[in-house]
Design a protein around this ligand. Structure first.
Ligand code: PRT
Ligand code: MG
Length: 215
């Protein structure tokens, strides 16, 4: 058997991936939340997990440093998907990409066709496409986290961010004003690896697919 490497991020994706791995008969030897190891073995000698930042998963898979990975659609859209085969929507780590503003900000009036709006986001590609379709000119301010702060301190008029429960927006006196798209995570496979290691990868895709159907 050739070695097989799966790239995963800690946190919500890892938690929701465990049952899928189990359905494919793969059990990690350690919990990445408590272990400091970045390479984690499994009950299969030839299958290992590499633990990387959520936004780095597509890069590891694109270059073949990992054969498989799981990444949010937000991350995949921003990455562009080069070199990746995306066989399955896993229906995990679900949330919504939204536009949000400070409570009381008149969004309708500020975001009409032809208007100019400043938007802080970790997702410049998604934000640019959304506003360009509306005919709104945007100045994108790229941030790496805590977007919710930007409208509160006058850095931007609006933010484009992920929302799941809505409690982060609420706690910061922001309101969601537009739904851009639903987000879940996809299984991604390196295109070359899919051909070279088909006999090992195909059963994992199948096991994930039936586990999703049953849940
Ligand atoms: O932290 P790091 O920079 O490593 O990456 P990350 O923050 O992207 O990783 P992680 O593990 O937090 O998220 C991994 C993936 O989970 C994302 O790429 C999304 O596809 C998905 N996901 C699902 C979410 C959320 N739900 C979510 N709520 N990712 C982020 N959030 C954040 C959101 O940005 C906001 O700050 O949670 C906050 C809002 O949550 P609510 O529940 O208060 O609405
Ligand atoms: Mg995070």
């Amino acid at each position: 058997m050739t070695d097989l490497t799966i790239a995963l991020s800690k946190g919500r994706i890892f938690e929701e991936t465990l049952p899928l791995l189990a359905a494919a008969g793969i059990i990690p030897n350690e919990n990445p939340e408590s272990s400091r190891k970045l390479i984690i073995g499994t009950n299969h000698e030839h299958i290992k997990l590499v633990i990387v930042r959520a936004s780095d998963v597509p890069t590891y898979v694109q270059y073949g440093a990992a054969d498989l990975g799981i990444a949010g659609k937000d991350v995949l859209i921003e990455h562009g998907g080069h070199g990746l085969y995306q066989p399955l929507d896993l229906n995990i780590a679900k949330c919504k990409m939204m536009v949000a503003v400070k409570n009381g900000f008149n969004y309708e009036q500020s975001a009409h066709a032809g208007a100019r709006l400043s938007v802080a986001t970790k997702y410049p590609k998604i934000a640019r496409e959304h506003f360009s379709a509306k005919g709104v000119h945007v100045d994108i301010i790229k941030l790496y986290g805590s977007m919710e702060l930007a409208p509160l301190v006058g850095l931007s008029d609006a933010i484009v961010d992920l929302v799941s429960t809505g409690s982060t927006l609420k706690a910061n006196n922001l309101v969601a004003v537009e739904h851009i798209q639903d987000i879940a995570s996809n299984l991604i496979v390196n295109k070359a690896a899919l051909k070279l290691k088909y006999n090992q990868i195909e059963p994992i895709i199948d096991a994930f697919a039936s586990a999703i159907k049953e849940s």
